[in-house]
Every structure is written in C-alpha cells, then in structure tokens.
Design a binder for this molecule. Sequence first.
Ligand code: AMP
Ligand code: GLY
Length: 496
Amino acid sequence: MAEEGERVGILVVSYGSRAAAVLEALSRSEEYNARFFVVDKQRNPFNLRHAVGKGTAEKGNHVVIPDLDAGKICEFVAANKDEIDFGICCPEKPIISGVRDLVESETGVPLLCPTRRFALEGSKAWQRRLLAECCPEANPRFEVFRRSDYTTREEAKRAVWRFLDEVGDEVAVKPDKPAAGKGVGVWGDHFTSRGQLFEHFWSIFEGGSGVVVEEKLEGEESSFQAFCDGKRLAALPDTRDYKRAFDGDLGQNTGGMGSYKDSKDWLPFLEKRDREEEERLVQKIFKRLRGSEEQSRGEWQSERRNDGAGLRGVPFYVAFMHTAEGAKILEINSRPGDPELQTVLPVLKSDFVDLCFRMLEGRLTRVECEAKATVVTYAVPLDYGGCRAKYSGDRRVDLSAAYALQAKEKYGDRLRVYPGSLELREDGQTYALGSRTVCTVGVGETVEEAREISLDGVRNIDGALWNRWDIGSEQHLRRSVRRMRALRAKKREINA
Ligand code: AMP
Ligand code: GLY
C-alpha cells in the first residue's frame, strides 16, 4: 500500500453529483496526492477537470461508459491496473452486477464497495426476509408476490386482497428491484382505493418485477450511512433526504431533491437514543451478514478472505422511519446515498484517502466530521420529477456564477457545487441531461445558515432548471419536530 506523501491512483466509478463530492474529498487529502481514473456515465465537467486537468480533450484516465457495465469497467481497470491503487464504486447497478468480484479477480485492484453477494439492495424481498431473521422489531408486516405464481390477473388480485384483509389497506407497494425510491406507491399518497392500489401493483408485474406489499409506516424519516472495513462499522452522521418532488413533500418520489444534516450526529427531531437505536439495529444486520459469510466459507471463489471483507465500503445506507412503535427500516442500500453522501463529505475531518486505505486494510476507526450543519439542494431539469410533462427547450446550463460565489470568497469552502447529470460537449458548453443536474451544498453553523448558502448557490445557476425551496427550512424542521412529539405521545399511550 502507498506510504504517506506517495502518489496514489484512484478509480472512481461515477453516477451523479455524489461522485463529484467523492473526487473533491479525495483531492483534499493532505497526506496523499491523488491521481484519478474516472469511469463516467457522460462527460461530467467536474470529473473531467479532476481526471484530465483544465483541458477538455479525452485522456486515457477518463472514459465514458453510459451503461456502467461491469465488464467494460473491468476492461478500463485492466488497461490501467499498474497505476490504480484502489477504486470506489457508488452506483448500485455495477455493484449489484458484481463489479467488485470481477475487477478484483481479473485485475487484483481492490474496490471499495460490497461484493455481489452483499448487494442487499438488489432485492427488497431478500431484505425483508433478512430483517425478519435478525431484527424483526424493525420490520413491517410484508408479503412478496411473484408474477409466475399467478395465471390470471384476477387470481393475483385475490391474493393481494387476502393480504390486505390481514393487515389493512394502508400499505406500501414496491417493485422487488432497485428503483432508487421510484416506483414505490404508498396508500393515501399514490392510491386511495383497493382498485387503484391493484393498478399500481399490476403495473409493476407488467414491468417484469416481483412486488413487495408491506404495512405503511407513519413517522419521520432519517438516512443512516456507515463505512465498513469488513470487521467494523464507522457510522456517519444522520441525514434527512427529501424524496418527494415538490415543496411540502408533495408529488412523486424522486431520486432525492435535497438533504440536510444538523451540526450533531442526529437530526433535530430525534434524540441521541434514537441514533443509538439505529446503530444497534444496523450492528445486528452487520453481525448477521458476517455470520452468513463465515458459514459459507469455502463456497466463494472470488473472495480472497472470508472475514467480512465482502461488506467493505458503504454496505449499509439504511432508510429509517421513526414511528410510534420505534425505529423501522424502510430500505437497506449497499452503497452511499445520493444526496446523502454530499451532505457529509464536505465536513469530513478525517483524510479521505487515508480512510479508504484503512477500509481496505481492515484498520477502520472512527470517522471524524466537523460539528457543522449542511444543506444540499438539487437543481433538476424541467421534465424531471413530474414538474413538466415535456421540455423541449434549450438545455444549456452555466455554473460560472455559482462558482464565482466560491471564488470571490463570499462563501469559499462553505459552498460546494457538484455537477451530476450534466454533460460537457464539443462546443465547450455544458448541457443538462435527463436526471438530477447539479447540487449545491451549503455548510454552516446551523441548518438555516447552510440552507441560505445552498440556495444562494442554486439561484446563481443559469439554466432551465427547478428545485425545491424548502430543503432544511425552519418550517419543515418544525413540522418534523411536532410530528415526532405527537408520535412519542402515542407511544407512551401504547405503553401505558
Ligand atoms: P424505498 O425505495 O423503499 O426507500 O421507498 C421510497 C420512499 O417511499 C421512502 O423514502 C418512503 O417515503 C416511502 N415508503 C417506502 N416504504 C414505505 C412504507 N412501508 N411506509 C410508508 N412509506 C414508505
Ligand atoms: N437518496 C436516495 C438514494 O440514494 O437512493
């Protein structure tokens, strides 16, 4: 492994502005001088600048692989393997298809992400069954439906209604595949009758996926993330994601329109013990999975060590719902969240390259963050998230005024601008593609201060984009506090 001061070659597999935050955090290392090798979904201007410097011409260490196919990623690593010390992969698609297993066995370059076996988010049904074994207290009642089990639509409908007779109509209906929060339908929000519920259910079947139907959980959400070296977990501060498209949490689920963190490790509407409960539950999942790895010793061809190393990276980004009955798990992802990671990396105190080496070598200790609040606001194209059915106008986006806020030292490091689904074209201009275009991160002493900086950044983006204005707003935070208080009162009633 590299010694202090040594140059290191780092592969970053990029999807969205999360990768820009990763590149920036790595490049801030004082101990290491990182040289980047980027696999990009498109020619992201930020990634190009980090991989090839100021010039925009393609160089050997930046490659565009739009489908992020594991085999093609592996070819790129193989061609550069003598110069790459390790890689980081955050997007779920290559993780689920086993990019780590492939790259490690073909090239010997270690990757920071779970192996295919531990890509939990590949199946929500698998997650629910795992939780039923190791933390049933955090699992809602659920049932898994497979298309092949029913010959007719009517037969499937009867089966779904039988389950509703058992648990009530208030349920969530989810595709049994990773869909980044999209495709999930919730009673009261997306349907209000059994007929509508079944239409949603059937559309998922027609899309070729199984369906998980589970009890609707009422409460306040938090996102928990942890780094892992295979032996232990190092938790990151909690963040709050804003999944819905519009202000006031209205509209369809999106990949996440923004997020915030408080200056402490838990969110303003939670208490320290809620955070401890989250950690306790995640430790149970970790122990259960490490156990399963030990039991399967000998089965694995691609693992060099059977010591939990398959879980290396961010194996658990867990979406919690804090309910009257305690913390419940909405979903487990085997990668960091987007925008949750951008909420944390700008205030990481630990040297990120050193942290990566520690994860690779099984020497992970605590992860230190500054006691600061952050707010991430995403600017997205007009035809994203149901804002407009169609947008056929100019898609050019100019970030220079937003960057000028940093350069003029109005904000300096307290504002970060991370391009996501943005493409640098031959004309030297950047264009919004279909997904979330760019996020701005504000860093402050309080959530309100961080929010003002983040919004000032967004206001200075020139382009036909839109964004939520209430990420981290005082009103939103107060509403969460109020709701949580009411839930706790209900809990006391239940326990009395
Ligand atoms: P998921 O992809 O499972 O995280 O779901 C996306 C979003 O749908 C979550 O962030 C919740 O807002 C909502 N959701 C998912 N499952 C449930 C549930 N059981 N009860 C209530 N809301 C849910
Ligand atoms: N924040 C949602 C996700 O990363 O899936």
